[in-house]
Design a protein around this ligand. Structure first.
Ligand code: PLP
Length: 226
């Protein structure tokens, strides 16, 4: 396998160029290394290479890696989260990217003693198989979250469908950005909603051009071995 450091250099160069094309600052873009397909060793290699954000999509995978790596990484939970499993991971997770229903918000709020930074997951493609709220449900959902004092909506997240040409994802990323701008304009104190978590291995350049602040990269950064 190619060293993570080598992949990282290439991705960072891509980000820098995409940011420049869009007139953005590259410092505003955070790379999350998605380690769900790789070993703990490989996740540690990513940290040594200078990545500070790690993402996992399952409790088991997260806990196995957290046990070894602990708080030396910033942890992002990017998968769908079952309410009954919230308590197992909540205290070790820095960001949840998959808040998409009230019952989950209620559980997070109940189990936490402090503010939890959450991204609301949006299904911008309208594909049935995708998790996340329909676009028109996002504003009412976020307004309902006022009930839950431990929840802070830091941004919106989406997963674009896998397409061969990443340009096809552009209108979806743009939609998420416009929705983020709208939520921001509501000035809700618990929902600053400044971030956009979008872009994966095949479409991160387009995502950065469209305003992504958090890109979630597995295959192209750490590879796929499990
Ligand atoms: C697996 C996964 C990724 C990373 O996918 P790659 O195509 O390997 O970069 C990003 N986001 C989510 C939500 C994922 O489940």
């Amino acid at each position: 396998m190619v060293a993570v450091s080598e992949n990282l250099i290439k991705i960072q160069a891509d980000i820098e160029q995409a940011a420049e094309r869009a007139g953005r600052n590259k410092e505003d873009i955070n790379i999350i290394a998605v380690t769900k397909y790789v070993t703990i060793e490989r996740a540690k290699e990513a940290l040594s290479a200078g990545v500070t954000n790690l993402g996992e999509n399952r409790n088991e995978g997260f806990l196995a890696k957290f046990e070894e790596i602990g708080e030396s990484a910033t942890w992002h939970f990017i998968g769908s989260l079952q309410s009954r499993k919230v308590k197992d991971i909540l205290h070790h997770i820095d960001y949840i990217h998959s808040l998409d229903r009230k019952s989950l918000a209620k559980e997070i709020n109940k189990r936490s003693q402090k503010t939890v930074s959450c991204f609301v997951q949006v299904n911008v493609s309208g594909e049935e198989s995708k998790h996340g709220l329909a676009e028109d449900k996002v504003e009412p959902f976020i307004k309902e979250l006022a009930l839950f004092k431990n929840i802070r909506v830091v941004g919106l997240m989406t997963m674009a469908p896998h397409v061969d040409n990443p340009e096809e994802a552009r209108p979806l990323f743009k939609k998420l950005r416009l929705l983020r701008d709208y939520i921001q304009s509501l000035h809700l104190d618990y929902a600053p909603c400044e971030y956009l978590s979008m872009g994966m291995s095949n479409d991160y350049k387009v995502a950065v051009e469209e305003g992504a602040t958090h890109i979630r990269i597995g295959t192209k950064l750490v590879g796929k071995e499990l």
